[in-house]
Design a protein around this ligand. Structure first.
Ligand SMILES: Nc1nc2c(c(=O)[nH]1)N[C@H]1C(S)=C(S)[C@@H](COP(=O)(O)O)O[C@H]1N2
Ligand SMILES: [Mo]
Length: 447
C-alpha cells in the first residue's frame, strides 16, 4: 500500500482506510503473526518431507501385506490397475515385520499431526491471496495445492478415524485411504520438487543467523535472498511477538512428543500399553493369564456362541485336490503339533509382543488334502456370518512357512473364545486381519 497524498494530509483517514482493507483475509495486512515467514514454514516443510515419505512407503507396504492380489477376498480395490504395479508376495520373515512397518505408519502419522497443522497455519495467507491466478503456471500451481492440502487432510482424517474409532468404515476405508494416498503423494512430490531447494536454503540461513547474529550488513544482504523464497509470508504489519520462532517450533515439537508418548505404547504389552492413553479398545478387557492380551473383536461381537464351537458341534472342513476332510478338535489335537512365537499386529497400529501359539501347521493340513509338496494358496472362512474380516486368503509362501499354524492353544492354554476358540490362523509377519479366528473352513488351491 503506497503513501498517497491523502495520507500526508489526513493521516487518520489513511489509517482508517488501511484498517478497513486489512479486515479482509485477502489483504496481507490481515495476517498479523510475526511468526509467519520462510524460516518457520521451511522447518516444518522439511520435517513433513521426511515424515510423509515414510508414511507413504509404510502405507504401500501395508497394502502389499494384505495380499490384495488374492482376488476376490482380500482385494477391496479391484480397480487398482497400475497403482498395484509394485505388489509382491509379502514375506513371512522377520516375524515382526508388519508389527514394525504398521507401528511406524500409525505412530508416525499421529505424531505428525501438530506439524501438519502448524505448516497449514503458516501458509494460510496464501490461500486467500488475490488475484486467484496470475498466470497459467500460477493457476496450475494453486490447483496442485488444492490436491496437496485436500489430500493431506483427507489422509490424516481417514487414518485417525480408522485407528481411533475401530474401523469406522471397514469395507471402504481401505480403498479410500489407498487411492487418496496416491493423489496426495503425487501432489506432494510436485510440491517437494518445487520447494525443497528453497526450504533447505532458508533453514541453512536461519542456522547461520543464529550462529552469527551480529554480522550487520552482510546478514541483511542475506535476508534479501530469503525474501525471494516465501518472503510473502512475512506480515507487513506484524503484531508484537508473544513467542519467538524457536519457542513456537518447540511448542509444535512438544505437541508431537506428547502424541508420540501417548500413542507408541500401542505396539507393546503390559505397563507400556497403558501409556497409550489415546488408543481405543477400552471395551474388550483382555484380562490376565495366558489369554490376557489385546482382543480385537470379541466372540460376542462376532456372534459366535458356545453352541457352535462345542466339541460335538464344531468340525473343521478342509478341501483340496483330493477332496474334503472334516476334523473335530480332538482329531486336530492328535495331528503333529508345533509351536511358534508370533505377535498379533493390527492394521490399526497396535500389536502384541510374541505369544506362544501351538497347533497344526498349515502345510500339514494342505498335505491332508493332496498337496504334499509345494502347498498352494488357501482361502479361510470363519464361523462368523457378518463382518468384513470373517474370511481371508493366504499366499502359498505363507502356507509353506513352518511357523504358520492353525492354532488351538496359546501360552500353554486352550484359546479363549475371544481369541478364536476352537481354532485360529497365525502367520508370521502378516497383518492381524489375515489371522482369522473361529475358523470353520479352509480351501486349498491357487487363488
Ligand atoms: N473371524 C474373525 N477373525 C478375525 C477378526 C474378525 O473380526 N473376525 N479380526 C481380525 C483382526 S483385524 C485382528 S487384528 C486379529 C486380532 O486378533 P486378537 O483379537 O486375537 O488379538 O484377528 C483377526 N481375525
Ligand atoms: Mo486388525
Amino acid at each position: 500500500m503506497g503513501r498517497g497524498p491523502c495520507q500526508g494530509l489526513f493521516p487518520a483517514y489513511g489509517r482508517a482506510m488501511r484498517d478497513h482493507a486489512s479486515r479482509l483475509p485477502t489483504s496481507p495486512g490481515f495476517w498479523r503473526s510475526p511468526l509467519r515467514g520462510p524460516g518457520f514454514t521451511s522447518v516444518l516443510g522439511l520435517v513433513l518431507l521426511v515424515g510423509i515419505t515414510v508414511l507413504f512407503l509404510t502405507g504401500l507396504l501395508s497394502y502389499a501385506a494384505y495380499n490384495p492380489g488374492l482376488s476376490p477376498v482380500n482385494d477391496k480395490t479391484p480397480d487398482k490397475g497400475i497403482l498395484g504395479f509394485y505388489l509382491f508376495d509379502w514375506p513371512t520373515g522377520p516375524h515382526w515385520l508388519y508389527r514394525l512397518t504398521q507401528g511406524v505408519h500409525v505412530t508416525l502419522g499421529v505424531t505428525l499431526i501438530p506439524v501438519l497443522l502448524a505448516k497449514l497455519w503458516s501458509v494460510v495467507p496464501k490461500l486467500f491471496a488475490l488475484p486467484p491466478a496470475r498466470s497459467l503456471a500460477h493457476a496450475l500451481e494453486r490447483l496442485s495445492l488444492l490436491l496437496l492440502v485436500g489430500g493431506a487432510l483427507f489422509e490424516f482424517v481417514t487414518g485417525v478415524l480408522n485407528v481411533q474409532l475401530d474401523y469406522l468404515f471397514p469395507g471402504s476405508f481401505y480403498p479410500l485411504h489407498f487411492y487418496g494416498a496416491w493423489v496426495f503423494f503425487a501432489a506432494f512430490l510436485a510440491h517437494a520438487a518445487l520447494k525443497t531447494p528453497a526450504a533447505v536454503r532458508n533453514v541453512r540461513r536461519m542456522r547461520e543467523e543464529r550462529e552469527a547474529p551480529a554480522r550487520g550488513l552482510e546478514g541483511a544482504e542475506e535476508m534479501d535472498g530469503a525474501e525471494e523464497a516465501g518472503g510473502e509470508l512475512i506480515s507487513p504489519r506484524p503484531d508484537p511477538a508473544s513467542v519467538s520462532r524457536r519457542g513456537a517450533l518447540w511448542f509444535v515439537g512438544g505437541g508431537s512428543l506428547l502424541l508420540f508418548g501417548t500413542t507408541a505404547g500401542r505396539s507393546f504389552d503390559g505397563p507400556l500399553r497403558r501409556t497409550a492413553v489415546l488408543a481405543p479398545h477400552g471395551g474388550a478387557d483382555p484380562g490376565s493369564g495366558p489369554n490376557g492380551f489385546q482382543i480385537n473383536k470379541t466372540a460376542a461381537y462376532a456372534g459366535i456362541g458356545a453352541a457352535e464351537t462345542d466339541e460335538d458341534a464344531w468340525r473343521l472342513v478342509v478341501t483340496g485336490r483330493t477332496g474334503t476332510v472334516r476334523l473335530g478338535r480332538s482329531e486336530l489335537l492328535q495331528l503333529p503339533s508345533h509351536s511358534a512365537a508370533l505377535p498379533i499386529a493390527c492394521v490399526e497400529g497396535w500389536s502384541t509382543s510374541d505369544q506362544w501359539w501351538r497347533g497344526v501347521r498349515l502345510r500339514d493340513l494342505a498335505a491332508l488334502v493332496g498337496f504334499d509338496a509345494d502347498p498352494p494358496d488357501v482361502f479361510v472362512e470363519s464361523l462368523q456370518r457378518h463382518g468384513a474380516f470373517r474370511h481371508a486368503a493366504l499366499r502359498a509362501n505363507q502356507v509353506a512357512d513352518p511357523r504358520s499354524l492353525l492354532a488351538l492353544a496359546v501360552n500353554g492354554e486352550d484359546l479363549s473364545p475371544d481369541h478364536g476358540y476352537p481354532a485360529r490362523i497365525v502367520v508370521p509377519a502378516a497383518p492381524g486381519v489375515l489371522n482369522t479366528k473361529w475358523v470353520a473352513r479352509m480351501t486349498f488351491g491357487d487363488l
